[in-house]
Design a protein around this ligand. Sequence first.
Ligand SMILES: *Cc1c(COP(=O)(O)O)cnc(C)c1O
Length: 469
Amino acid sequence: MKHHLQKTMFAELSNRKLFDRAHQFASDYLDSIFDREVYPTEKALDNLELFDEPIPRESSHPEEILEQLHKLGSPATTVTMGGRYFGFVCGSAVPIGLAAKTMATFWDQASAMYVMSPLAGKLESVVENWLLDLLGLPQKTVAGFVSGTSIANLCGLAAARYRILKNSNWDIHQQGLWGAPKIRIVTGQHAHSTVLKALSILGLGQQHIEWVPVDDQGRILSEELPVLDNNTIVILQAGNVNSGAFDDLQTICEKANKAGSWVHIDGAFGLWAAAVDQLKHLTKGMHLANSWAVDGHKTLNTPYDSGIVLCSDSEALTSALHMSASYLIESDQRDGMFHTPEMSKRSRVIELWAILKYLGTAGVDEMVLNMHLRAKQFANEIKNVKGFRVVNEIVFNQVLVQCDNDVLTDKVMTNIQELRECWVGGSHWFGKKVIRVSICSWATTESDIATSVASFANAYQMAITNISS
Ligand SMILES: *Cc1c(COP(=O)(O)O)cnc(C)c1O
């Protein structure tokens, strides 16, 4: 490094100007999110071209870099932080989580091993215990703090693969899958794409999946399950990504337990229902599973990226993800990397801890229940608007809306997106197009729902005027 650059960086660190500036820009952003368009304007999108440049040869001015991010970057963000972004299944951020993450940014801790960050190791143990309490999981359950449910699904299924093969005296690490005993995969026709991706990465393939038919909400028909055995992984869903529906976890887990099968539950956004008095009936029996995947960054509204794998077979999870090297210092304390695929990783547990401490069990209950109530409100109000129908049961936070035909549904959705008062995406539901409304932000108010319903109505009028003229 050139001597002068190092000197400049020392100065930047000590005079704090950059950080004050960044803080100011962040504040400006927060000021804007409740009034500005939920999706970037055409102009903001066009301006993104200004990022297209070759990597500079010389060092750039740091204040100009922040300026560029503020002027060109922030207008091209989607306002998931506000209350009217209903696309995909996303999530906002609880303020204390942002604040704690900001502090943790300055600590820049990797949470691979306890000795690398005693604080992160401690908070991982604490949050692990809290989660067992909050979600009602068996005491022996362990948690790994990963980037999201995609990886949590991968880890849970890796643990399942390890355990099933180990029971047949097959060491997956040494022997791989060549000539291994067959592992059966049983899941519903509506399993999430990331479950299929995990199965592919694990070498279990998709062609051999024994698909179980689902009902009109996407729930596995438990009476259609094949005969299970102890070489089977059963993959269930707590929260269908479209309808929000939950598989009958109790009935299926009981069958699976009897047969000695492994049950993994993909509960990316739905698992939190277990922490809500009025909704916990949805997750009844979930403690009977062997592994669970859940996001912090969706329903719990932690900042991205935050997911958790939970596994009641600690040996299977840590063995499936274990690596060792002579320089590693294993301690009696918690070494996070034995519970995750990564070695070095951001200590994302810090903001997760802060949010759970802030909300408490009563706060989680209140926040998640509000998402459910706003989804109910949306469904009730949109039903009375000419041109729309709701095609799912509102059990959690998802509402699927349809117009008379696919062309109209598409057109109306595009209009809603262009109005930018709220943002919704599309999906397919039993072969037909739907507009998917996912209420996943602590910030969504009754008036946000009313504004959004009005925008839907407006978008519909625009569409039919357009079509008939
Ligand atoms: C979002 C989602 C996933 C993937 O989670 P990421 O956090 O995006 O990796 C998996 N399953 C379901 C049901 C989801 O909704």
